[in-house]
Design a protein around this ligand. Structure first.
Ligand code: CU
Length: 214
């Protein structure tokens, strides 16, 4: 046992706790007892794209390499899978796209047309399993928005690059899936094939909600 004198003007119970912290910490430590991880929560309102009529709110808490992701959305196309991702690129504008990003003037913003604004997919907000960009269109592992509502909660481990992107306030959360002709399914009638995967309708992948996490 170290014969180390600690000045502690606290109650006896706290003395024991603080004492053990002080004895295990390096002698030159200036870190507070709360630990070295500084949790940081980034958040943003989710605004509609493509006249989806949806709305929502997102918050991501960074805890080391872990992200605690939550978003609530309403008035999404009900009963259909909604792919959702964190997007980022160092060269992106770190914004949600506007009508000026509709480069082919078809009055829709495709996912690709949004890339200059929000960047590429860096994390897939699936309900289970893999969360990498490889699961970007894993349609069976995304929320299906019963009654148009999604309450997403998941903790995932990500790369340091993704942690940096989120901490910098430059990551953008995008929820996809717009039923343009309101027929209760994603089909090719209103908008043709997806720019991401021609075997999928554009309705399944066009962005419906977007929010920058600041
Ligand atoms: Cu996305």
């Amino acid at each position: 046992m170290q014969n180390r004198k600690l000045y502690l003007g606290a109650a006896a119970a706290s003395v024991a706790v603080l004492g053990s912290v002080a004895l295990t910490a390096p002698s030159n430590a200036t870190t507070p007892a709360h630990g070295r991880h500084h949790d940081q929560t980034m958040q943003g309102r989710l605004n509609p794209l493509n006249n989806s009529g949806a709305s929502g709110y997102a918050a991501v808490t960074v805890d080391g390499r872990k992200l605690h992701v939550r978003y609530d959305a309403s008035r999404l196309a009900p009963g259909l899978p909604h792919a959702a991702h964190l997007h980022f690129d160092v060269n992106a504008r770190h914004q949600c796209p506007s009508v000026r990003d509709d480069v082919n003037h078809d009055f829709r913003l495709s996912t690709t047309e949004g890339h200059p604004a929000y960047g590429m997919i860096v994390t897939s907000l699936t309900t289970k399993g893999d969360t990498s960009p490889a699961s970007a269109l894993a349609v069976t592992r995304f929320p299906t928005a019963p009654h148009g509502m999604v309450e997403y909660r998941r903790t995932m481990t990500v790369s340091k690059a993704v942690v940096r992107a989120v901490r910098s306030g430059e990551a953008v959360l995008v929820v996809h899936g717009v039923d343009y002709n309101n027929n209760g399914m994603y089909d090719f009638d209103s908008a043709g094939p997806s720019d991401l995967d021609a075997s999928l309708p554009a309705e399944a992948t066009d962005p419906a909600l977007c929010g920058v996490l600041r």
